[in-house]
Design a protein around this ligand. Structure first.
Ligand code: FES
Length: 368
C-alpha cells in the first residue's frame, strides 16, 4: 500500500469508527461480580441514568434485571423483597415475575383484571467471565454486538485477570479520557506509577479501525521508556498493553468505565500481571498480593480523582474539556470527538425531565 493509500484507508476507518460505534446504549456493560446478586434481596443500580433492580430467581437462580420503577406509582422496586419467587414492591405489594410482568395486585377486587400495561421494562443480561453484563439499548441490536466477555482486552487469556471495582463521583467521560492520557503520568502519579524525570516530548501514533481507536506514544527523546499501547473500545472500555524494550508484554490492564448517572461512574479494573499469576498459586501470597494491589489501585485512583473532581467542577461551570490540545493529547481528542457524536444521540435516561417539586406540583395542579 502506498503512503497515500494508507492515509485514505485510515481516513475511511476513522469515519467508519465514528459512524458505527458512537452509541452509548449499544453495548454490554459489566456491572456486578456474579456473586453480588442474590435471590435473598434485590440490588439497585443505575446505568446511563436508568434506575435498574437486579436479583436472582430463587428457583432457577438466573439473574434478572428490571426497571427499578413500579408500574403502579413508580416507587423503587429495589426497596422491596423477593417473596413467593416474585419481586414484591414495598409500597402496595404488587408482585412481578422475571419478565417484569405484574402477576399479583393484592388490592384488586375479585373479578378485576391486572392492568394490561402493568409491566416493568426487562433488561437483557448475560453472566460471563465472572460478571453480570447489562444491555441498556434496543434488544434488537444485540446480535450485531460482540459477545460480552473480557477477551477483547485479553485475546490470549491464558489465565484469569484480577478484577475489582470502585464507585466514583466522576463522570465516565472524564475517567475514560484520563486513561487515554499518557502525558499526565509523570506529574499526577509521581511516586506511584510515574516519575517527573520521565516527562518528555511526545506525539501519538494513531490507528483507527471500524470498532476501536488506539494510540502509541512516540517519545523520540526517551527511547528507554516502556512501549505502551492505549486502546479505546467503545462504548466504555480501554485496554492498556505495556511492553518492555524488547516488546515482550509484561502487563495488561483493562478498564471498564460504566456511566451510572451523570457525574458518576463505576470503574471496573482488570489486571493481568505475570508476577501476580505466579503468586496466585499460593493462597496466602495471593491474598496478600491482592490486598497490596488493591491498595495501590486505590492510591493511584485518588491521585487522578483530585484532578478529575476539580476538572468536573469547572466543567459544570462552563469550562472547556479540550481547551488547548497538544500532540500528546491526540488520543484524548479522538475520544472527546467520539463522545460529542455519542452524546448527540441523547443516551441518558430521560424519564425525569423536571425537578421533583415541579412533578409533584404539576400533579397537584392537575388534580384540582
Ligand atoms: Fe409499587 Fe404501589 S407503587 S405497588
Amino acid at each position: 500500500m502506498t503512503k497515500e493509500e494508507d492515509l485514505d484507508d485510515q481516513e475511511a476507518q476513522r469515519k467508519q469508527f465514528y459512524l458505527e460505534t458512537a452509541d452509548m446504549r449499544k453495548g454490554w456493560y459489566p456491572v456486578f461480580p456474579v456473586g453480588e446478586i442474590s435471590s435473598k434481596k434485590p440490588t439497585a443500580f443505575h446505568l446511563l441514568g436508568d434506575p435498574i433492580v437486579l436479583y436472582r430467581d430463587p428457583v432457577t437462580l438466573e439473574a434478572v434485571a428490571l426497571a427499578d420503577i413500579c408500574a403502579h406509582r413508580s416507587a423503587p422496586l429495589s426497596t422491596g423483597a423477593i417473596l413467593e419467587g416474585k419481586l414484591e414492591c414495598k409500597y402496595h405489594g404488587w408482585q412481578y415475575d422475571t419478565e417484569g410482568t405484574v402477576v399479583k395486585v393484592p388490592s384488586l377486587m375479585d373479578g378485576r383484571k391486572i392492568p394490561a400495561n402493568a409491566k416493568a421494562r426487562s433488561y437483557p443480561l448475560v453472566e460471563s467471565d465472572g460478571y453480570i453484563w447489562l444491555w441498556p439499548g434496543n434488544p434488537e441490536d444485540i446480535n450485531s454486538a460482540p459477545t460480552p466477555n473480557f477477551h477483547h482486552l485479553y485475546p490470549q487469556l491464558d489465565f484469569p485477570p484480577r478484577l475489582e471495582y470502585f464507585d466514583l463521583d466522576i463522570d465516565a467521560s472524564l475517567l475514560l479520557e484520563n486513561f487515554l492520557d499518557p502525558s499526565h503520568l509523570p506529574f499526577t502519579h509521581t511516586g506511584t506509577i510515574g516519575k517527573r524525570a520521565d516527562a518528555t516530548p511526545m506525539r501519538m501514533a494513531m490507528n483507527f479501525t471500524r470498532d476501536q481507536v488506539s494510540g502509541i506514544p512516540d517519545t523520540p527523546h526517551a527511547p528507554h521508556l516502556p512501549f505502551t499501547e492505549f486502546i479505546f473500545f467503545p462504548p466504555s472500555s480501554i485496554g492498556l498493553k505495556i511492553f518492555t524494550k524488547e516488546k515482550n508484554s509484561y502487563g495488561e490492564q483493562g478498564f471498564y468505565v460504566i456511566p451510572t448517572t451523570k457525574g458518576h461512574c463505576r470503574f471496573v479494573i482488570l489486571q493481568r500481571f505475570t508476577f501476580f499469576h505466579t503468586f496466585s498459586q499460593i493462597p496466602i501470597f495471593s491474598w496478600v498480593m491482592d490486598r497490596i494491589i488493591s491498595r495501590m489501585n486505590y492510591k493511584i485512583l485518588m491521585e487522578d480523582y483530585e484532578m478529575l473532581k476539580g476538572q468536573q467542577r469547572r466543567l459544570l461551570h462552563g469550562a472547556n474539556a479540550m481547551k488547548s490540545p497538544v500532540a500528546a493529547d491526540t488520543l484524548i481528542k479522538a475520544y472527546r470527538n467520539w463522545w460529542r457524536v455519542a452524546i448527540k444521540k441523547k443516551p441518558w435516561f430521560s424519564g425525569y425531565d423536571s425537578d421533583i417539586e415541579d412533578i409533584v406540583l404539576d400533579d397537584y395542579r392537575g388534580s384540582c
